[in-house]
Design a protein around this ligand. Structure first.
Ligand SMILES: Nc1ncnc2c1ncn2[C@@H]1O[C@H](COP(=O)(O)OP(=O)(O)OP(=O)(O)O)[C@@H](O)[C@H]1O
Ligand SMILES: [Mg+2]
Length: 358
C-alpha cells in the first residue's frame, strides 16, 4: 500500500479535496511542513478566503498571489500563496501577448475588466493555469493544492478541456476573425447570431466582447497547449489526490461523492485523511490501577479508546465500496484542544498525520 508519506515523498502535485470545514487547508499546510522536513521544496496554493492558512503559518500581512517563503528550520522549503483570479489572468495576458500593445489592448478592454473574471469557469481555469505554472517553476518540486469549500471545487479538473472545446467552437472562431481581413468589430457584431446575442446582452457589451476576442487573437494556441498539458499532468502518475473527511456520516458521504467525481474524470484517490476524530490521549496502562481516583481516570481512558475505535471502524466501513480503491491508505487525526492557528498546532497535526516519521 502506498502511504501518505510515500505520496508526499514522490508526488509532484498533491490535491487536497473534501467537503466544507473538514480540514483541507489545515491538512495542506501540514503536508507542506512535512514535505519541507523531507527536504522537498514545496508550495501550498490555497483558495482559502478565510485566510486561516495565513494565520496558521504566521505570515505577517497575509498571503498574496505571489508565493512567499515561510521561515522554517527544515532542510527543504515551504512556500505559500493565495490564488487571486484577476491577477493571475492579468499575468497570463502579459506573459503571452505578442507585444506590449496587445497586452494593453486586452487589459484595458471593458469586457475583460468587468466580465471576464466573473464568467463561470474563469476561476477554475485560472486555478488550472496556476497549477501548470507552479509545476514548471524551477523553485518548487512539489505543488500542494488546497481546494475551496464547495462541491464544485473539483471543477478545475474539467476547466482545461472546457477551454479547448470553447476555442474550437465556431462562434469563438468567428469572434476571433482578425480585423485586418476587413471585418471591423462593428461588422462582426452585425452577423445574425451576434445580433441576437447583442439584443440580449446589449450592443455595447457585445462590441466590447468582440473587441476582446479579437485582441486575444494569436494567444489561443498557447492557452490550448497549456490546457492539454494540465489535463495530462492531472491524470498522470505524478499527481495524487488526498481526500479529507471527518468521521461524521454526512462528511463521509460527501467524501464518497468526491471520490466518485474523481473516478468519473479518470482519476483516483491516493490517500484519505479522517480528521477531527475522538482523541485518545495515549495508551491506557495494561492493568486497572487500585486507587479509586486513578481507576476512574483509567475507566475514562478505556471508554474514550472504545469510542475512538468504534468511530474509526465506522468511518472505514462507510468509506468502503467502489468509490475508493480497497487498499487506500487512511490516516486518522484527532481533534486538537483548540483551532489550528499556530505553527505549533500545525506541527501537532503533522505528527498525527505521520506518526511513524516522528
Ligand atoms: N484536528 C483538528 N483539531 C482542531 N481543530 C481543527 C482540526 N482540523 C482543523 N481544525 C480547525 O477547523 C477549522 C476548519 O479547518 P480548515 O480551514 O482546515 O478546513 P477546510 O476544509 O479547509 O475548510 P473550508 O472548506 O472552509 O475551506 C479551522 O479553524 C481549523 O483550525
Ligand atoms: Mg479551506
Amino acid at each position: 500500500m502506498t502511504t501518505l508519506h510515500d505520496h508526499l515523498a514522490t508526488a509532484e502535485v498533491l490535491v487536497c479535496c473534501g467537503s466544507g470545514g473538514v480540514g483541507k487547508t489545515t491538512t495542506a499546510a501540514a503536508l507542506g511542513m512535512e514535505a519541507a522536513r523531507l527536504g522537498r521544496r514545496a508550495v501550498v496554493v490555497t483558495i482559502d478566503p478565510a485566510r486561516r492558512l495565513a494565520d496558521a503559518l504566521g505570515v505577517p500581512g497575509g498571503l498574496t498571489n505571489d508565493p512567499v517563503r515561510l521561515d522554517l528550520d527544515e532542510p527543504g522549503e515551504l512556500w505559500a500563496l493565495m490564488l487571486d483570479t484577476a491577477s493571475t489572468f492579468d499575468g497570463l495576458v502579459r506573459a503571452n501577448a505578442a507585444d506590449e500593445g496587445q497586452a494593453e489592448r486586452i487589459l484595458a478592454n471593458r469586457f475583460y475588466r468587468n466580465v471576464a473574471g466573473s464568467l463561470s469557469g474563469t476561476q477554475e481555469y485560472m486555478a488550472a493555469e496556476r497549477l501548470h505554472a507552479l509545476h514548471l517553476d524551477p523553485r518548487f518540486d512539489l505543488v500542494i493544492v488546497d481546494t475551496p469549500p464547495t462541491r464544485n471545487a473539483l471543477d478545475f479538473l474539467d476547466a482545461p478541456s472546457t477551454l479547448s472545446r470553447f476555442i474550437d467552437h465556431p462562434l469563438f472562431k468567428m469572434l476571433m476573425l482578425p480585423t485586418r481581413r476587413g471585418l471591423k468589430v462593428f461588422n462582426v457584431a452585425a452577423q445574425p447570431v451576434l445580433k441576437t446575442i447583442g439584443k440580449v446582452v446589449g450592443g455595447d457589451v457585445l462590441a466590447d466582447a468582440v473587441a476582446f476576442f479579437q485582441a486575444f487573437a494569436g494567444m489561443e494556441t498557447g492557452f490550448r497547449q497549456r490546457a492539454d498539458e494540465v489535463i495530462t499532468l492531472l491524470a498522470g502518475d505524478v499527481t495524487r489526490f488526498v481526500l479529507v473527511a471527518s468521521p461524521r456520516r454526512d462528511t463521509i458521504e460527501e467524501a464518497r461523492f468526491f471520490a466518485d467525481r474523481l473516478r468519473r474524470s479518470g482519476l483516483s484517490v491516493g490517500a484519505v485523511v479522517v480528521n477531527r476524530c475522538t482523541p485518545t490521549f495515549g495508551d491506557a496502562p495494561a492493568k486497572r490501577p487500585r486507587s479509586a481516583a486513578a481507576a476512574a481516570l483509567y475507566d475514562n481512558l478505556v471508554a474514550l479508546h472504545a469510542t475512538a475505535d468504534a468511530e474509526r471502524a465506522h468511518a472505514a466501513d462507510l468509506l468502503r465500496g467502489d468509490a475508493l480503491p480497497d487498499d487506500v491508505h487512511t490516516t486518522f487525526v484527532p481533534t486538537l484542544p483548540g483551532d489550528v492557528h499556530t505553527m505549533d498546532a500545525l506541527a501537532a497535526i503533522r505528527s498525527h498525520l505521520f506518526p511513524a516519521a516522528r
